[in-house]
Design a protein around this ligand. Structure first.
Ligand code: NAD
Ligand code: TYD
Length: 342
């Protein structure tokens, strides 16, 4: 019997990396291919524990490279595609939107063409709740799968565009697709440019934590492990053509998140510095996950248990994030943030 072949794009990044490890360990009978261009956000050191497993393979390639993608797809004849590879940081999309179009839109369209060519059994496109735009602060309003797309940042506009291509390939060519739209993730191997790992890594070094605006913007946080179980379920049980929202009802203001981390680490809240607000900063995101729950999904972490596990992980894995924050990252950080004392 031939093995099921699963291509995971962006598997050297944060969520894709967690998903690669989850799949390699959970499905020894599947061949797992991790395809990644190894941009600033990708690193393979996170896969030391699985890199020698028989069912793990790595391919270094750019998803927007049509020739390379078609050659690979023709050679391997993948059964399932789980597509994470993307430029993922809103602040970087404000500095340079062009790369978001090339990777997130054109890259996705190339993968759709290659998938159509070989006739994959499933294409799961990992999108984000940010494609719906922003909610107001009324706590009874949520994003559902029927909320109109209304993206505000170049990042979310590029993701919404890619979602529309995925949908169109289902409607026009019958490609068996699903789109997942998850809330903000956190957990192990989160790149320290995003709020939670940025706060943990800076607080541990007694450095100022930059909070945009008044810190009252709200995000709905989900532990990356719970995102992985949701994608696994959609991959195997999702109805072709359907969208699934993923979120665990963990709404917090940015200030609440930052203070929780500072207090857990026993440091002073004076480390907080309010800095100039992000352009077009979305007020609030919140997910209604009822459709996915009906499919059988339940998160395992609350924000309290998840953030405690994550802080522990950053304490135990200093060498992973210290080599990131001491490198090229310094240049990005200096360009992005102006502190009072600078
Ligand atoms: P990340 O930035 O940590 O990782 C992205 C990975 O994609 C990196 O390994 C990078 O090297 C790779 N990559 C980038 N451009 C590529 C290209 N052209 N070809 C091949 N590989 C390329 O991102 P993440 O936070 O893990 O997000 C993964 C996916 O999940 C994205 O599609 C993102 O939109 C979506 N998402 C993220 C969140 C979140 O909170 N981080 C929430 C919902 C959805
Ligand atoms: P981020 O982690 O960049 O995720 P996203 O923009 O996709 O939600 O930001 C989460 C929230 O934290 C968002 O409201 C912006 C805010 N934020 C800060 O206040 N300071 C920071 O340095 C960063 C990176 C984010």
């Amino acid at each position: 019997m031939t093995q099921i072949k699963v291509l995971i794009t962006g598997g050297a990044g944060f969520i894709g990396g967690n998903f690669v490890q989850y799949m390699v360990n959970k499905y020894p009978m599947y061949d797992i291919f991790n395809l990644d261009a190894l941009t600033y956000a990708g690193d393979l050191t996170k896969h030391r524990e699985i890199e020698n497993k028989k069912n793990y393979h790595f391919v270094k390639a750019n998803i927007a490279d049509r020739k390379a993608m078609f050659e690979l797809f023709e050679k391997e004849k993948f059964d399932y595609i789980v597509h994470f590879a993307a430029e993922s940081h809103v602040d970087r999309s404000i500095i340079d939107p062009g790369i978001f179009v090339r990777t997130n839109v054109i890259g996705t369209q190339v993968l759709l063409d290659a998938s159509k060519q070989i006739g994959v059994s499933k294409f799961v496109h990992i999108s984000t709740d940010e494609v719906y735009g922003e909610l107001d602060f009324n706590p009874t309003t949520f994003f559902t799968e029927d909320t109109p797309l209304n993206p505000n940042s170049p990042y979310s506009a590029s993701k919404a565009s890619s979602d529309l291509f995925v949908r169109a390939y289902h409607e026009t060519f019958g490609l068996p697709v699903n789109i997942t739209r998850c809330s903000n993730n956190y957990g192990p191997f989160h790149f320290p440019e995003k709020l939670i790992p940025l706060t943990i890594s800076r607080v541990l070094k007694d450095e100022k934590v930059p909070v945009y605006g008044d810190g009252k913007n709200i995000r709905d946080w989900l532990h990356v492990f719970d995102h992985c179980t949701a994608i696994d379920l959609v991959l195997h049980k999702g109805d072709n053509g359907d969208v699934y929202n993923i979120g665990g009802h963990n709404e917090l203001t940015n200030l609440e998140v930052v203070k929780t981390i500072i207090n857990t680490l026993g440091k002073s809240e004076e480390l907080i510095e309010f800095v100039v607000d992000r352009l077009g900063h979305d007020k609030r995101y919140a997910i209604d996950p009822a459709k996915l729950e009906k499919l059988g999904w339940k998160p395992t972490y609350t924000f309290e248990t998840g953030i405690a596990q994550t802080i522990e992980w950053y304490l135990d894995n200093k060498c992973w994030w210290e080599q990131i924050v001491s490198g090229e990252y310094q240049n990005y950080f200096k360009k992005q943030y102006k502190f009072e004392k600078d």
